[in-house]
Design a protein around this ligand. Structure first.
Ligand code: TMP
Ligand code: MG
Length: 219
């Protein structure tokens, strides 16, 4: 008889403002879920690809001029570069893929520049849909106090406040489309308290039922 593929893995995204604690929590999830032998940690933007290098240069050189729509398409293209890999690892190899930011950041950050929501979603349509998105919700004023922002484009309070508002719009659209979006209050307590919330939400999907194929983003 033909060999059965392993039970499929999972695709989980962490989202939030800059300094919301995503990287800390996702590193812990990576450990808790078995480390590199069972879990893949992705970070968007992936700055190592040719498109990612362009994005890195745009983010670190605030004097660089690039049309807002062109930037948006580059961030989306940077996800399409790894879309097939996400599907293969989850569906064929039974791995857990964790993404530090995903399409929802793409829409929220560009939306904060005033571009229309429907236009912003279109290049993300068809990408693998996460089985779970955890949105680490944090007041931008609290985020700013956490050791301050770095030097990159977008890491200033006006932009962060607009992004916070845009994430609210994104959350409504994405949950309205039936996707699994969970908002966690990342301002309630420290790293340990947030970890308890993160692990509680993730354990639910790890143990849950799922179809073999990942869904597609379709809002
Ligand atoms: P990072 O700080 O997580 O490396 O992300 C760099 C910046 O890029 C951050 O301010 C969020 C922003 N961003 C977008 O504008 N669009 C996107 O699609 C992604 C993934 C990030
Ligand atoms: Mg950052």
């Amino acid at each position: 008889s033909t060999p059965q593929p392993p039970r499929r893995g999972l695709f989980i995204a962490l989202e939030g403002l800059d300094r919301a604690g995503k990287s800390t929590q996702i590193a812990r999830l990576h450990d808790q879920l078995g480390g590199p032998s069972r879990t893949t940690l992705l970070k968007f933007p992936d700055r190592t690809t040719p498109i990612g290098k362009l994005l890195h240069s745009y983010l670190t050189s605030p004097q660089e001029q690039l049309d807002d729509r062109a930037v948006h398409l580059l961030f989306a293209a940077n996800r399409w570069e790894v879309a097939a890999r996400i599907r293969r690892e989850v569906e064929q190899e039974g791995r857990i893929v964790l993404a530090d930011r995903y399409a929802w950041s793409g829409v929220a950050y560009s939306r904060a520049k005033g571009l229309p929501l429907s236009w912003l979603f279109s290049p993300e349509l068809g990408l693998p849909l996460p089985d779970l998105t955890l949105f680490l919700s944090l007041d931008p004023a609290v985020a700013a106090q956490r050791g301050g922002y770095g030097e990159e484009r977008y890491e200033e309070s006006g932009m962060q406040r607009r992004v916070r508002k845009s994430f609210g719009e994104v959350a409504r659209v994405v949950s309205g489309s039936g996707a699994n979006w969970r908002e966690l209050d990342a301002g309630r307590g420290g790293v340990e308290e947030v970890w308890e919330m993160v692990w509680g939400a993730v354990r639910g999907v790890v143990d849950g039922e799922r179809r073999q194929a990942l869904n597609e983003i379709d809002v």
